[in-house]
Write a protein that binds this ligand. Structure first.
Ligand code: CA
Ligand code: CA
Ligand code: CA
Length: 260
């Protein structure tokens, strides 16, 4: 069993949750419910770039909604910079509960300022692994190496969009620019084993925004309630039109209404 590694990921999770606390317009849009962001964490002992990780970094065919998605993102960033709370709400399904309370404007602005810093390093050119259909778009980066202390791993950025039922416009569902999988190797681990381990942990076979481990509840997710028990080879396990990685952000108590 691999030792869990959570501190750095917890920071990422907290920031992600800031932008993730529920603002799904009750009927139009899918409600998010992120209270326990999943991140696979294990360990590895090489500071070298892994060949197979690099092979994962090949760009794919551009998606039709790419420009539209980035336009929404850019406008969202502008709204953050302008501290334009109504516009932020228009562009995202999610906002802090604090920002829903008019009496907590100062606290809300602090959250917005932190979020502004959080998104400023996102570079479009890094998001080369993208997928879409009529209801959703997921932009993701290639894998990149990272290390924390003796632990090493890979990071991938994700931006999730869901399409508004009535307007047809994309809205931001979640931003997670530094999702990470870390592994601390044993002395006996061969380099190939470590390489395969990192790839296994970060692999998303059906490209629905959730890793195979998270979907199958294996690996580091075995003891983690954040696993989804969905089909790792099927984007939309329950056939409701929303991909598993999108639906992960929905509030289970809210009804989801799809685009026609
Ligand atoms: Ca998946
Ligand atoms: Ca799936
Ligand atoms: Ca679904």
């Amino acid at each position: 069993m691999y030792k869990k590694f959570i501190i750095t990921i917890a920071v990422i999770i907290i920031v992600a949750i800031i932008i993730t606390v529920i603002f799904f317009n009750t009927k139009k849009t899918p409600p998010p419910a992120v209270t326990d962001t999943p991140l696979e964490n294990e360990i590895i002992d090489s500071t070298e770039q892994l060949e197979s990780v690099q092979s994962e970094n090949l760009p794919r065919e551009p998606i039709k909604s790419l420009n539209q998605a980035w336009a929404v993102f850019d406008e969202y960033v502008s709204a953050l910079n302008a501290r334009d709370i109504p516009r932020i709400k228009d562009l995202s399904y999610q906002q802090s509960e604090t920002c829903s309370n008019p009496d907590k404007e100062k606290e809300c602005l602090l959250i917005i300022d932190n979020l502004t810093k959080f998104v400023q390093d996102i570079k479009k050119e890094d998001y080369i692994n993208n997928s879409e259909d009529k209801s959703q778009v997921i932009l993701s980066t290639s894998l990149r190496r990272d290390s924390i202390g003796r632990q090493e791993g890979v990071l991938r950025g994700y931006i999730y969009f869901a399409r508004d039922q009535f307007s047809g416009s994309l809205k931001i569902l979640a931003i997670d620019p530094n999702r990470g999988w870390f592994y601390q190797p044993k002395e006996t681990d061969a380099k190939d084993f470590i390489e395969k381990k990192l790839l296994d942990m970060s692999k998303d076979s059906d490209e629905d925004g959730l890793t195979d481990f998270q979907e199958s509840c294996l690996g580091s997710y075995f003891e983690n309630t954040a696993c989804t028990n969905t089909d790792q080879n099927k984007k939309d396990t329950d056939g409701d039109g929303w991909w598993d990685g999108i639906e992960f952000f929905f509030n289970e108590n809210r009804k989801v209404i799809l685009n026609d």
